[in-house]
Design a protein around this ligand. Structure first.
Ligand code: LMR
Length: 349
């Protein structure tokens, strides 16, 4: 080999190494921006999705379907690792994990976003939503979009993509049947988060303590609190009928979710893959809304048929008494939630 041939061979080798480095050889598996995992290399983009309910809950089922849809639509270029039941992060740290990019997607009950924007407590305003149709109208409304795309979220490098539903909340407790506001007096309830729920219980003469979802069963069992409020499906999939004697069908507030992603990760994904993941989310969301009703109906039957929990209904007058007793919550929080949001929701009816 003469010196010219040697030089050309060396140059070709250097070029090959440089090319290999550019084509994804150094890509991160997950945790970094999605761009690095362009899907063109051998490793798929991994979307880590953390949530706190069980795999058989409304949210758990929809998350599993979302994973299947992402893998189908991207032809395996993106995959979703779902971590249910607070396996990876619970109520106290999943939002921080999203902000720091340790997970890429979460679906918290929206009231837990109070840490970043108190307006998310709209969901706790007593008797604000009339029925499921009203909730769906809200999810599709411009007022709802302002929450998903707020500056408060962007400042923390996160963004909201969609609303997922669970259902109306109901009170349970271990002490006595609850038919009227006075029956709540002196009882202590587990609350999810935020001042609105604290004020709600206070207005009914009860106390409350914020307890993470993953710790609530034990708190009820050990009597740390006497009661809690939740949807039929959350109670049933957490087996609260084993540790609660009475449930009142009160429909006094809502428990719904939004899907939040880490913004840098999301925007860093290649455009074509992000569009396919968006399509998957749209389909999973449609399914989730359907499941919410079906699963909550089934769960109500399970709770009734458990033979362990007495299920009580409210007459129209009894319901009106709760509405009246909870009016002070509006007086106290209208400015925090904003009149614009509260009226925006009311006017959708
Ligand atoms: C709760 O804490 O009761 C709920 O937010 C749990 C959930 O995610 O549905």
């Amino acid at each position: 080999m003469n010196w010219k041939k040697k030089a050309l061979t060396l140059l070709a080798a250097v070029l090959l190494i440089a090319l290999a480095a550019c084509s994804g050889g150094g890509s991160k598996e997950s945790g970094g921006s999605g761009k690095e995992d362009s899907g063109k290399g051998s490793k798929p983009i991994v979307i880590k999705f953390s949530h706190v309910t069980s795999i058989d809950s409304v949210k758990g089922k929809a998350a599993e379907r979302f994973k299947e849809l992402v893998e189908e639509k991207t032809g395996g270029k993106a995959t979703v690792e779902v971590y249910p039941s607070s396996q990876l992060y619970g109520d106290n740290d999943e939002l921080d994990a999203l902000v720091s990019g340790n997970v890429h997607m979460i679906a918290p009950s929206v009231t837990k976003m109070v840490k970043l924007d108190p307006r998310w407590q709209y969901v706790d305003m007593p008797f604000l939503f009339k029925d499921q149709e009203h909730v769906h109208k809200f999810f599709e409304s411009d007022v709802a979009k302002t929450l998903l795309n707020s500056d408060q979220l962007a400042a923390n490098d996160i963004m909201g993509l969609a609303f997922w539903e669970n259902g109306f909340k109901h009170f349970t407790n271990n002490e006595r049947p609850i038919q009227k506001p006075e029956d709540m007096k002196g009882l202590k309830f587990r609350a999810q988060a935020g001042k609105v729920l604290e004020a709600q219980f206070k207005a009914l003469g009860a106390g409350s303590a914020t307890i993470a979802f993953g710790e609530t069963y034990a708190a009820l069992q050990q009597g740390t609190v006497d009661g809690q409020e939740n949807t039929y499906n959350n109670m049933d999939t957490q087996k609260y009928q084993e540790v609660q004697k009475y449930m009142t069908i009160s429909e006094h507030g809502r428990l719904d979710y939004a899907i939040f992603v880490n913004k840098s990760f999301w925007e860093g994904m290649p455009d074509d893959i992000r569009a396919q993941v968006e399509e998957a989310l749209k389909e999973a969301t449609e399914l989730e809304w359907k499941l919410a009703k079906e699963e909550n109906d089934k769960s109500l039957d399970n709770l009734k048929n458990s033979g362990k929990m007495e299920v009580l209904e409210l007459t129209a007058d009894e319901r009106a008494a709760f509405e009246k007793a909870l009016q002070p919550v509006y007086d106290e929080f209208e400015d925090v939630i904003t009149k614009e949001l509260i009226d925006g929701i009311r006017n959708l009816k």
